[in-house]
Design a protein. Structure first.
Length: 251
């Protein structure tokens, strides 16, 4: 259990499902007023309702992170709801399969817009306020493939390597102003529901048999790492890449 984050505010992109949803839940459990975001208004409303039912604070701001304008608009709208953003979690991501010769311009642009361009313009919009207040935390959700490279998901793995470079650059630039920038690199993660539905399927077991952990991770396991990096427990942690991957980066 990390230190409570009572009174803080956070924007979590891609929190209408999967890992982002778990991050929103965990931050709200720690006392953060969370802005849930994604394209799906229905899943956004459901996330907000469930967080509020559990006693947390949340609002939904719909956004499609496909352009700089829509990304800036998300940051401005999120800030107008809570008054300020203390924690930014760049989690939204798309990860289509495709080798170099199969990658269309459309797919490349979709991957880079969501995975690289959106984090850059969100930080550009929100970090000046953090610097002015003398504190803030940015956590980028990367992937174990950023470092290893994945020839069969070339746009995806290269986009996460670009995001890792942004993490380092921002940690150098904004750390002296009190804004810590770090990254969590998940391994293969599946929701509890999908894992339960796939239990006994030999293909699912085979997909992770080579991992030291010999299983998929759970969204909540990634979310706990994000909450740690956003908290004062990580006050001396700048520009770190925290692998939460069942050992995937080792094999
Ligand atoms: N799952 C894994 O095994 C794994 C492993 C390593 C890293 N990761 C990383 O973890 C992050 C979350 O992955 P996940 O597995 O939780 O994926 P997911 O369940 O598919 O969720 C992706 C989230 O991103 C949002 N999103 C996608 N495109 C968007 C766009 N154009 N504009 C706004 N929001 C958009 C989606 O919201 P809407 O559908 O509402 O638009 C959704 O909330 C990603 O960055 C991914 O690369 C995942």
């Amino acid at each position: 259990m990390t230190t409570p984050l009572n009174g803080k505010t956070a924007l979590v992109t891609g929190s209408t499902s999967g890992i982002g949803r778990a991050i929103a839940d965990v931050l709200a459990d720690r006392g953060v007023h969370v802005i849930v975001s994604g394209r799906s208004a229905e899943r956004g409303a459901q996330a907000v309702a469930e967080i509020r039912e559990a006693g947390g604070k949340a609002d939904f701001v719909q956004a499609d992170l496909s352009s700089a304008d829509s990304t800036r608009a998300l940051a401005q709208h999120a800030r107008s709801v809570t008054g300020r953003i203390d924690i930014l979690v760049n989690n939204a991501g798309v990860f289509p399969e495709g080798a170099t010769t199969e990658t269309t311009e459309e797919v490349f642009d979709a991957v880079y817009n969501t995975n690289v361009k959106a984090p850059l313009f969100l930080v550009a919009e929100l970090v000046p306020g953090m610097v002015e207040r003398g504190g803030g935390a940015i956590v980028n959700v990367s992937s174990f493939v950023a470092d290893k490279a994945a020839p069969d998901r070339i746009a995806y793995s290269s986009s996460k390597a670009a995001l890792d470079n942004l993490t380092k650059a921002w940690a150098k630039q904004y750390g002296p102003s009190g804004v810590r920038v770090n990254s969590v690199a998940p391994g293969p993660v599946l929701s509890e529901e999908i894992q339960a539905a796939a239990a006994g399927d030999p293909r699912t077991a085979a997909a992770v048999a080579h991992l030291p952990a010999r299983r998929f991770g759970l969204p909540r396991e990634i979310a706990e790492a994000v909450a740690y990096l956003a908290s004062e427990d990580a006050a001396f942690v700048h520009g770190a890449f925290l692998s939460v991957d069942g050992g995937a980066s080792l094999v």
